[in-house]
Design a protein around this ligand. Sequence first.
Ligand code: NAP
Length: 243
Amino acid sequence: MRTVLITGASRGIGAACAREFAEAGYRVALNYHRSEDQANALCAELTAQGCEAMTVQADVADSAAVTRMVDAVKERFGAIDTLVCNAGIAMQKLFTDTTDEEWSRMLSTDLSGAFYCARAVAPDMIRAHCGCIVNIASMWGEVGTSCEVAYSAAKAGLIGLTKALAKELGPSGIRVNAISPGVIMTDMMQSFSVEDVAALRDETPLCTLGTPGDIAHAAVFLASDNARYITGQILGVNGGMVI
Ligand code: NAP
């Protein structure tokens, strides 16, 4: 049986990924940062459905905490063969108003977090000559957007990390891909007004916004053997917003 560790699995896209990987027959380790109750409720839901699931608290921006998280998962489930780096924060702010702390927090969560997690799971994957990493980037990492300079930079970095890591780990039998979501209706979109959300929908060629399940389906596909020849790719799941 395969084991997936999903960061930021308490809510939104990460929670949808957890449900989808459980459905696909994986053991699921659910990382959360602050939303302990939601993570525990999801864990109970998956367990009731017959999935082997566990929760594990960690701030992915903290390298030592990531090491402890991976050790805890390995102790319970054995080696991790699939990693979904989903944990992330967003921020809408003028570039000139962004503080050093905000910039640093964005980079350490949305970019360094994936680096720490991949580095912590890679040795076992290399030993097993098999494994799969799926990073959740953003279309803004591909094309950039106004008032989200720090977020766009972090996600652009995650795209670079994905491509470079795919080259480095490919000879070890490990695939590394990213999903680049468009506008997905989760808590992350709460700071947008109804008008802004409607405008984003109108700009989307498929004329509808995405759901967490849309991203989860893509993640399970990329982790599956059906994607065995796919690595280093950035899969846009965005309704055609960025082509
Ligand atoms: P969300 O609903 O706000 O959920 C964010 C998740 O990330 C939560 O589970 C949260 O955990 C976790 N998280 C945040 N900081 C963390 C940290 N330091 N350590 C560990 N976990 C942390 O967001 P979402 O929309 O599902 O976004 C998930 C990912 O998709 C993010 O990387 C985001 O950038 C990306 N994305 C989203 C959209 C969109 O339109 N929604 C578009 C493109 C990309 P706690 O609740 O436990 O603190």
